[in-house]
Structure formats: C-alpha cells, structure tokens
Design a protein around this ligand. Structure first.
Ligand SMILES: Cc1ncc(COP(=O)(O)O)c(C=O)c1O
Length: 405
C-alpha cells in the first residue's frame, strides 16, 4: 500500500472553504514595494498608531517583575473579570456576574467562540455588509451559512429594521451587529438599535452578537450597548476588548459577556483550544479599566480631527461618495462611479480590487478593497496614521483618481 504524500492529504472541508484574507494580499504587496524602496503610505491597517498608555504598560512590566507569569484561570483571573463587570455596569448599565464574562486572546477569539457556540450546520448568520472581514469566515468554520444583508450609502451603511425583517428566515440563528463599525465607522443611535430590537422581539430564535470593540472611539452621541435594550440581554453576546480603545493590539486581550450557559460553553471550548490569555496582559487590562481615561479621550479626539480632514478631502474628489463616519478610525467611500474604466497605462479598473492595486502600484497608497468587506462598490481607508501621511496620501489618491479617464 502506498502512503499518501502530504500534498494529497484531504483537509477539513470547512477549512478549504474559508477565504484567505484579502487584506493580507494587499499588505504583502505593500511590504514588497517598500522593500524595493518605494515610499508607500499604508492606510490599510486596523490598529491605532498610538503607544499603549504608560499606566497600562507599567502594570504589564510590573507583572513580569513580580513573577506573575503563570497560567491563570481559564476564563480569566477574577480581578479582571470583576473589573470588566464593573465597567459594563458603569459605562453600559449592564449587570453581569463576573462568571458570565470570559476573557480571551483578543476580541477576535471572543467572536469566534460565540459564533461556534451559537451556530452550526443548517443555521444562517445574518451579517450586514460592509462587514468586518472575519465574521462570514467564522460562520463558515462553524458549519453555518453567512448571509450578507447589504446596506447603502444613503442609510449611512446602517441596517434598517425593514431589511432586517426581510432577511430573517426560520433558519436564522444569529445576527452580527458592529457599532461603531469596522469598516464603515457607522455608529447606531439608541433609537436605531431599539428599532432593530423591536424586530427581533418577534423572532425569538435569533441571537445577537454585538461587537462593541470601537465603543470608546465615537465622535458624537452616546454608545448604546445592545444587551441593555429591553428584553435583549438574555439573547445577546456582547463583545469588547482592549486593542482599539487602549491601543493594545499586540497584548491580545478581549472578552465576551453573555448569559451563563453561553459563557460556560465558550469557556469550555477555550479550555480545549487555548486556555486563558496571557497573565501579563490581564494585569495590564485591569490597569486599563481602572486608569484615568484622559489618554483614551485624547486618542479619540485625534481620530476625530483626522476624520474631518479625510472626509473633506475625499468628498472633494469627483466620483467619490463618502458618508461621514461617527466612530472607529475608518472611512468607506463609495467609488462605484469610478469603476469600469481603463487607466492611461492600460490597466483595467473593473472593481474595487483593481482600483486599490492601481493606487498602490502607481500612486504608492495602500487601502483595502471593498470586496474584502462584502461591499465591492467601496474601499476602506484607515486614518490611524499621522496627519502628514494622511495629507500626502490624499494628494496621491486625488491625483490617481483624477487621472482615470
Ligand atoms: C470589528 C472588530 N471586531 C473585533 C476585532 C478584533 O480585535 P482584537 O482581537 O485585536 O481584540 C477587530 C480588529 O480589527 C475589529 O475590527
């Protein structure tokens, strides 16, 4: 009997079915060009360009110095879970027992666990588009079927109650909401969320995954936790984390809060896959929640100024429609009017991917194509970059788009 070589081996069909990250293709090409000495400005990254505030880093350093370097309880150390419960009560008017909170290696892992616990074969997961790249792929990995629900520039990229009602079927098991949103920056008002909750009240089988990781990067209006709306707490998994608000992307710390049965199930999966997040990061996380939030507000204000600059410049370009984002650090202009053209160099611009590669290869700006977010009419620009780089990049984008015949 001959043995199969590694190449011929069958892999898990769900894994084969998962799309590789389109954003990685973009980053890889941008890095290649930089290595060749090209002055590429990268506006494709999803992380704050600030350092982690000093009290947080100091708490991490102290944990190392004090030898706090062992495994913690799988769901996170009690001190952190209590601090998170305190935060949810203080900021979001949500009362959770610390044991209803599960700390993970980043909010990404929290989302993955929630999707795996709640959905499986035969279930549909509703995902308003444009959406964060990972939601549909996580649903597929869980064996469920992602179902995109398109939103429009006209609605500010927000899901309407009518569209939600139309999209729900007997198979719908979960809806993913993300406010403020990656990639659009759209942030729902309390009334808009209440209108969605009202639809869900007549569909009891549908759970909600409310990804609130950009909660603190909001430029106007109050953040409304979805779980705090009447009747929603027992069917909502709230996701939050430290990466964005506290500039802690590399510390890998996030959490979910949910009804005990869901948290327990997610903790069970975590215990077999990864165990708790780093003890050092958890100590830093406690310091983040307990510190004075001045630095968080300063970062938010800096993002707001950059948002104003970027939106004004993009709106001045022919063929670009740009709703004003209310949070996060992304804009998602609609560029559909610029597609279906050919550049002077003979490059055909059929879709957002072509447009992004054109801007990268010929104008040295890295953005992310709308296809990655289930919205091929747009593209994502991250303004987590210096004002100087943003001004330079916008000059190049303006020039590149003006050169399209
Ligand atoms: C909408 C959204 N959710 C979750 C995450 C995951 O964040 P992390 O795993 O760094 O906590 C991100 C990061 O890009 C995001 O944009």
């Amino acid at each position: 009997m001959t043995q199969k070589t590694t190449n011929e081996m069958r892999l898990n069909a769900r894994v084969e079915n998962v799309a590789p990250s389109a954003t990685l293709a973009m980053s890889a090409r941008a890095s290649e060009l930089r290595r060749e000495g090209r002055p590429v400005i990268v506006l494709s990254a999803g992380e704050p360009d600030f350092d982690t505030p000093a009290p947080i880093s100091e708490a991490g350093a102290k944990a190392i110095r004090n030898g706090f370097t062992n495994y913690t309880a799988n769901a996170g150390m009690p001190e952190l879970r209590e601090a998170i419960a305190g935060k949810l009560q203080r900021d979001n008017d949500l009362r959770y027992d610390p044991d209803q909170i599960l700390c993970s290696n980043g909010a990404k892992q929290s989302v993955a666990l929630a999707v795996h616990v709640l959905t499986g074969e035969g279930d549909e997961v509703l995902i308003p588009a444009p959406h964060w790249v990972s939601y549909p792929e996580m649903a597929k990995l869980a064996g469920a079927e992602p179902k995109r629900v398109p939103t429009s520039v006209e609605s500010g990229y927000k899901l309407t109650p009518e569209a939600l009602d139309d999209a729900i079927t007997d198979r719908t098991r979960l809806i993913v909401l993300c406010s403020p949103s990656n990639p659009t920056g759209a942030a729902y008002s309390p009334d808009e969320l209440e209108a969605l909750a009202e639809v869900l009240r007549s569909h009891e089988q549908v759970y909600v995954l409310s990804d609130e990781i950009y909660e603190h990067i909001r430029f106007a209006g109050e953040h409304q936790a979805f779980a705090a709306l009447p009747g929603m707490k027992n069917r909502t998994v709230t996701i939050n984390g430290f990466s964005k608000a506290y500039a802690m992307t590399g510390w890998r710390l996030g959490y979910l809060a949910a009804p005990a049965r869901i948290t327990d199930a997610a903790a069970k999966v975590q215990s077999q896959f990864t165990s708790a997040p780093s003890s050092i990061s958890q100590k830093a996380g406690v310091a983040a929640l307990e510190m004075d939030h001045g630095p968080v507000r300063e970062m938010r204000d800096a993002f707001r100024e950059r948002r104003d600059l970027v939106v004004e410049r993009l709106r001045a370009i022919d063929g670009v429609r740009c709703p004003e984002p209310e949070g996060a650090f992304y804009v998602f202009p609609d560029v559909s009017a610029l597609l279906g053209r050919e550049t002077v160099s003979g490059r055909s611009i059929e879709n957002s991917t072509d447009l992004c590669f054109y801007l990268l290869e010929e104008h040295n700006v890295a953005l992310v194509m709308g296809e990655a977010f289930g919205a091929p009419d747009g593209l994502r620009l991250s303004y987590a970059a210096s004002r100087e780089d943003l001004e330079k990049a916008l000059d190049r984008i303006e020039e590149g788009l003006a050169a399209l015949p």
